[in-house]
Design a protein around this ligand. Structure first.
Ligand SMILES: CC(C)(COP(=O)(O)OP(=O)(O)OC[C@H]1O[C@@H](n2cnc3c(N)ncnc32)[C@H](O)[C@@H]1OP(=O)(O)O)[C@@H](O)C(=O)NCCC(=O)NCCS
Length: 193
């Protein structure tokens, strides 16, 4: 595996959307119903272009995949886009551009927790350490920006991953999806340093 973590760019957005859809449908099906997933893809999950503009969203590219390994993942300039995720210095806890509950005002690194945001790994590339590599890049960047705590609204699928990375479960929450559906999530946090 020849994996490269780089900052995501505006030109990646169409491939990021495809990656997010594949990740949600492929990896979250054991935790949520199909109706919840399709509704969440419409109203919650998606690219947050503010993170790309802030330079706080990462893309993981595989540059040497060949043969069967190429199937299922997305191609970007010859490489495969296999994962994405970011952090934020803004108040929004989760949600793509289309999500109504956004709050783009800036956090205070001395007082507030930076947010870990929008982690998605392609199902064909899960459990190979890609999410962990992106998370390490986010934690290092948030630390360099002066933050000493991190938190996120984790999907039920994300909980074992974040727990393995030292995050504690703080509270359960439900994101309204419309049509009487909700998306159960867990707010998790960790102090760094
Ligand atoms: C959560 C997610 C990003 C993890 O990405 P990943 O690249 O598969 O994670 P890693 O390979 O770095 O996993 C690191 C460790 O986390 C834990 N972990 C990750 N996924 C797990 C799972 N499904 N069940 C149990 N433990 C898990 C394991 O301890 C794992 O180490 P191991 O594989 O050596 O046992 C991925 O499952 C995903 O994209 N899910 C769908 C989208 C989503 O729900 N994202 C979370 C948004 S908050």
């Amino acid at each position: 595996m020849a994996l490269r973590i780089r900052l995501a760019e505006a030109g990646d957005i169409p491939l990021l959307r495809e990656l997010i859809e594949a990740s949600v449908r492929g990896l979250q099906a054991g935790d949520y119903s199909a109706a919840q997933l399709e509704s969440a893809l419409r109203t919650v999950y998606g690219v947050d272009t503010q993170l790309i503009a802030d330079g706080t969203y990462f893309a993981a590219e595989e540059t040497e995949a060949s043969g069967g390994e190429r199937s299922g993942a997305k191609s970007s300039g010859g490489a495969l886009l296999v994962g994405c995720g970011g952090w934020s210095k803004r108040k929004t806890l989760f949600g793509g551009d289309q999500f109504a509950g956004r709050e783009d005002s800036l956090l205070d690194p001395a007082r507030d927790a930076a947010k870990i945001r929008a982690f998605f790994v392609h199902p064909a590339w899960a459990r190979r350490g890609i999410g962990g590599m992106i998370l390490a890049a986010c934690e290092a960047a948030a630390w360099a920006a002066g933050f000493r705590r991190l938190e996120m609204g984790a999907t039920l699928t994300g909980v074992p991953f974040y727990r393995a990375k030292g995050y504690a479960e703080l509270e359960a929450a439900e994101v309204p999806l419309g049509d009487g559906l909700t998306l159960p999530i867990v707010v998790m946090g960790k102090s760094c340093g």
